[in-house]
Design a protein around this ligand. Structure first.
Ligand SMILES: [Zn+2]
Length: 83
């Protein structure tokens, strides 16, 4: 197990495809509120085969983006659910 980054968030959330309920990521999410972006360095477990695409139903749930100089995924609204 990798050590959690002291500066980063330590709370993890499970991210699922809203359509077929397949788990997509385990993610260290900072702050409160809706998930609008995922920094790639904070993804703990990646269950996808193609970036931003559900491995089960092939729904596109996110698009690659650079956010403040860091590679990230922008979540398409309403495509994922989080626990
Ligand atoms: Zn799906």
């Amino acid at each position: 197990m990798a050590k959690p980054n002291a500066k980063g968030p330590t709370k993890t959330v499970q991210i699922y495809c809203v359509k077929c309920k397949t788990q997509l990521y385990k993610y260290r999410k900072g702050g409160k509120g809706a998930l609008v972006k995922c920094f790639k360095e904070r993804i703990v477990d990646d269950f996808t085969n193609e970036e931003g695409q559900c491995p089960n139903c092939n729904s596109i749930f996110a698009r690659p983006a650079m956010i403040r100089g860091a590679p990230a995924l922008k979540i398409v609204g309403g495509k994922v659910t989080m626990k």
